[in-house]
Design a binder for this molecule. Structure first.
Ligand code: AMP
Ligand code: MG
Length: 327
């Protein structure tokens, strides 16, 4: 991770795609073209790879990522489709439409990729290189735009190299992207689909194939109330979360970080360590899965040890703070 060599850019021919797929299967990061913008790809089933992706982008928060699949059949292994979702997939895939759907019970996508939610955003990109790469990797790929957090989305390989060079393993170059804006995101969690983000497919085109107009997001403001049937936009445990814990109180579970064992840990209802070696990338990869497991431990509260705020620590602390806020 610390080796400072310039990232290779390869013309996206069959040989380069095979090399990229090998890197992705090994947990590496590959930027690749889609019809919208260049995406930064990682194996969506590999929590550590997804954590490295957040680190490479320098994202201060763990937003749920869009999972890219090769075809609708692959999507059905990850998400549950109702009638509206099936209609939209049939009409717009492959293409710049992302659907937010309930996860399947045996969805193999890592918790960190969906930020711990029970829902998943999926799409089938309409680009021969993206399609070939997903097929060759044989995995769903998470792929947010291949830029540093807060920078503009890249529509050419050179933009990716300028922004993320040295932080990722390979860039596949297939020239400028066609659409140039991100995918439209439609949530199909309630009876009426809701437009969450405008993008490459126009609202009118979507409404043409649906029996009723699209609904508006429950609230534009980040933590506003949810409309009935809408699932929360942030994962939060049912069990109370106590932050900054330096000791474990009776009947608490412990979310540990680092090598130090705090007083009371031996009596904890359950103990999981985000990273015994205090590695923030490892901690990020474990965060949502550990929270979920401790939530099921039957504890009075989950005592979370302090996590430093550098690197991915900022995003980890952001999520812990949200998880500690009662709904
Ligand atoms: P991007 O960074 O362009 O890949 O954007 C991903 C977008 O998808 C963000 O706006 C996310 O909030 C949204 N998204 C991904 N997963 C979900 C989900 N499960 N529920 C709602 N929105 C999602
Ligand atoms: Mg982006």
């Amino acid at each position: 991770m610390t080796v400072e060599i310039a990232t290779r850019t390869m013309h996206a021919d069959a040989k380069a795609i095979a090399e990229a797929a090998r890197i992705l299967r090994a947990g590496g990061l590959v930027a690749f073209p889609t019809e919208t913008v260049y995406g930064l790809g990682a194996d969506g089933t590999n929590a550590a790879a997804v954590a490295r992706l957040y680190a490479a982008k320098g994202r201060p928060k763990f937003n749920p990522l869009i999972v890219h699949v090769a075809d609708p059949a692959m999507a059905q292994g990850l998400a549950k489709f109702d009638a509206a979702a099936s209609t939209l997939a049939a009409a717009f895939w492959p293409g710049p439409l992302t659907l937010v759907l309930p996860k399947t019970d045996d969805c193999p996508v890592a918790e960190i990729a969906t930020a711990g939610l029970d829902t998943i955003a999926v799409r089938v990109p309409d680009h021969p290189v993206a399609h070939a790469l997903i097929e060759a990797a044989g995995r769903p790929l998470v792929a947010p735009s291949a830029n540093r957090s807060g920078h503009v989305s890249p529509t050419a390989a050179a933009h990716v190299a300028a922004d993320l060079g040295r932080r990722i393993d390979l860039i596949l170059d297939a020239g400028p992207t066609r659409v140039g804006v991100e995918s439209t995101i439609v949530s199909c969690l309630s009876d009426d689909p809701v437009l969450l983000r405008p993008g490459g497919v126009a609202r009118a085109a979507i409404e043409d194939v649906l029996p009723a107009p699209l609904g508006e997001p429950a609230s534009a403001q980040a933590n506003g109330p949810q409309a009935p049937g809408m699932l929360p936009s942030h994962y939060a445990p049912i069990t109370r979360l106590r932050l900054g814990a330096t000791r474990v109180e009776p009947h608490e579970a412990l979310l540990a970080f680092g090598p130090t064992v705090p007083p009371g840990a031996a009596q904890a209802v359950a103990v999981l360590n985000l990273s015994p070696s205090a590695d923030l990338v490892e901690a990020a990869a474990n965060l949502f899965a550990h929270l979920r497991a401790l939530d099921r431990a039957g504890a009075r509260a989950i005592a979370a040890m302090p996590v430093p705020r550098d690197g991915l620590g900022e995003a980890i602390n952001d999520r812990l703070a949200r998880a500690a806020t009662p709904r």
